[in-house]
Design a protein around this ligand. Structure first.
Ligand code: DGL
Length: 268
């Protein structure tokens, strides 16, 4: 019987916020996660580099048997989705469109804030996705690169994190937004601190739930689901990943393997 897993990747621990939602919704699907911890962060890297890494990550997951790829990274989704969809033999889902859709549904004032990495904000992927859905929406964006490192450190409620959030969000909140898109899968790890600063009148939106809804629509071979097995791969620092991942997922991680990706996509 064909029990192929769903492959999910991110530059590090951020995509686990998407993994968590997929695991919750599909308890009998086998999931494999790749966190590119040797090359995190993707946000400040050039378009070509992010495309190259994303292709390597997705090919690695397909080599492990993935029947579908979820890009649990906004930077890769904004940059490499079309490329991956055109070269890979399996369906590929990104997080930007589902996130944009969720924001448009949530916002009443049609004034939407978007925070993300430099790559995601520079690409204007959210602004175009949102205005394709509703031309009357105004989008206010802000790159918040340091938040990725703080999430990777597991500093979700550290004083430094709170100060950094204040510094980034203060100018953005002057635009009277009612919805704030967490346009980086690392940011939901810091959700409590972000919500505390933004205030309860602003609704935070992340893509995890929306991309999982989409997965529900496109998942092939539902009758051949697996046993709910989880497998995790990283490209470096497995102990650090393990510690933070166990905290995010609220469970012990027992299958964690370190692999080395590179030119030709896979070295050992
Ligand atoms: N979690 C990723 C994203 O959603 C990448 C962050 C990074 O590596 O800079 O954009």
């Amino acid at each position: 019987m064909n029990k192929k897993p769903i492959g999910i990747f991110d530059s590090g621990v951020g995509g686990l916020t998407v993994f968590k939602e997929i695991r919750k919704r599909f308890p009998y699907e086998d999931l494999i996660y790749f966190g590119d911890t040797a090359r995190v962060p993707y946000g400040p890297k050039s378009r070509n580099t992010v495309i190259e890494y994303s292709v390597q990550n997705a090919r690695f997951l397909i080599q492990q048997g993935a029947k579908i790829i979820v890009i649990a990274c906004n930077t890769s989704s904004a940059t490499a989705l079309t490329e991956l969809q055109s070269i890979l033999p399996v369906p590929v889902l990104g997080v930007i469109e589902p996130g944009a859709m969720s924001a448009v549904k949530t916002s009443i004032s049609k004034r939407i804030g978007v925070i993300g990495t430099e790559g995601t904000i520079r690409s204007q992927a959210y602004s175009s996705a949102i205005s394709n859905l509703d031309k009357n929406c105004s989008v206010f964006s802000k790159a918040c690169p340091l938040l990725v490192q703080l999430a990777e450190e597991g500093w979700e409620d550290h004083e430094v994190t709170k100060l950094t959030i204040k510094e980034y969000l203060t100018p953005l909140l002057k635009n009277s937004i009612d919805t704030l898109v967490l346009g980086c899968t690392h940011y939901p790890i810091l959700k409590t601190s972000i919500q505390q600063f933004a205030g309860n009148e602003i609704t935070l939106v992340d893509s995890a739930q929306a991309v999982t809804d989409k997965l529900d629509d496109v998942l092939p071979n539902r009758e051949t689901m697996g046993t709910g097995e989880d497998r995790f791969y990283v490209s470096d620092n497995e102990d650090k990943f393990n510690k933070i991942a166990s905290k995010i997922l609220n469970m012990e991680i027992d299958k964690l393997i370190k692999v080395k990706l590179g030119e030709g996509w896979f070295l050992n």
